[in-house]
Ligand binder design. Structure first.
Ligand code: DGL
Length: 270
């Protein structure tokens, strides 16, 4: 499909992440548009992206997306990963003619919501060190103080949680603790700048040292996708297809978690 090809009725939308975090975006898209053929792709062979060097990440995402686009022929692709979006979108847009919707830290809405004018951006170490993230702060934080908090383990803990493995309260609490600051102005808003983190939202709320507003950009991403795919067609009853780059079949606990996101792995090759 190229820029001149009209978008078909019931277009295919590819939702891509390093792992399971993009499911938090997929569920919002599915709730908003029941006419789409959804494909969820996870690069579980290489997860987590947060620890990769910039060059390695660009090369990996570029080659995986080449394969996925050739295989599924989506009308639009969502890079449901902050770590990848903040680095690879220009490369992907230069190579392919389909629209790409990215996921980048929701700094502007978080600053607008904050009353204390102090927010934290909780993200992977990769997203925290990006020029892109710093440019968003310079452009949109205005009078708001922004603490950038890179967590090495929160995304792997979220994966473990969905796979039915141990994700202990103490470990989660330790990862989020640096996002809570109170030296003059007190943090009252935290941006979930990794799509894995909303998978743990209930536990983040329970383990927070004090209540804050958690900002999940997934509903806004879904609205952006819907706006690019014009008129909704008739609702489809088609199941969401899933693709794991490792080729490994999900175990029973993960299969159950995937089912809660509308993905039934029982009758499809991964
Ligand atoms: N879900 C990805 C993101 O939004 C990150 C997880 C990883 O490190 O691969 O940043």
């Amino acid at each position: 499909m190229d820029a001149t090809t009209p978008i078909p009725a019931n277009p295919t939308v590819l939702v891509f992440d390093s792992g399971l975090g993009g499911l938090t975006v997929l569920r919002e898209i599915a709730a908003l548009r029941r006419d789409l053929k959804l494909v969820y792709a996870a690069d579980d062979e290489v997860f987590p992206y947060g620890r990769l060097a910039d060059d390695a990440l660009i090369a990996r995402v570029s080659s995986v997306m080449d394969d996925l686009i050739a295989r599924y022929k989506p009308a639009l692709a969502v890079i449901a990963c902050n770590t990848a979006s903040t680095l690879t979108l220009p490369v992907l847009r230069a190579k392919h003619t389909i629209p790409f919707v990215g996921t980048v830290p929701a700094i502007k809405p978080a600053c607008a919501l904050s009353k204390t004018k102090r927010i934290s951006v909780l993200a992977t170490p990769g997203t925290v060190k990006r020029d892109y993230t710093r440019a968003l702060i310079a452009e949109f934080a205005g009078d708001c103080q922004v603490d950038l908090i890179g967590s090495q383990w929160l995304a792997p803990l979220a994966e473990a949680y969905l796979r039915g493995e141990e994700a202990a309260d103490e470990q989660i609490a330790k990862e989020i603790a640096p996002a809570f600051r109170d030296d003059g102005a007190k943090t009252d808003t935290i941006v979930l700048a990794c799509t894995h983190y909303p998978l743990l939202l209930d536990r983040l709320k329970q383990l927070a040292p004090w209540p804050v507003t958690w900002v999940d950009p997934a509903p806004a991403i879904a609205r952006r996708v819907a706006s690019l795919l014009t008129t909704p067609g008739l609702p489809l009853m088609e199941p969401v297809r899933v693709h794991f780059t490792s080729g490994k079949a999900p175990g029973p606990a993960l299969a159950k978690s995937l089912k809660s996101f509308g993905i039934d792995v029982a009758d499809q090759a991964v």
